[in-house]
Design a protein around this ligand. Structure first.
Ligand SMILES: [Zn+2]
Ligand SMILES: [Zn+2]
Length: 64
């Protein structure tokens, strides 16, 4: 029997803000395009992905 890598069974996705591989179920969608943003970025106020920030139409961090 062939043994598969355990990581393949998770819902891992690549965060489009920091590039980290995190679980999709623990992350959030980008407010601009809906792509995956990890929970750590969300906690830091990064609610947009890199591409949306690069477009210049959104602020990287919300006003505090
Ligand atoms: Zn991230
Ligand atoms: Zn986006």
């Amino acid at each position: 029997m062939k043994k598969e890598a355990p990581v393949a069974e998770t819902d891992a996705m690549k965060c489009r803000s920091c590039g980290a591989i995190e679980r999709a179920s623990e992350g959030y969608p980008c407010k601009g395009c809906g792509t995956f943003i990890c929970v750590l970025c969300n906690l830091r106020g990064k609610i947009f992905c890199k591409e949306c920030v690069a477009k210049g139409s959104v602020a990287e961090t919300p006003a505090t």
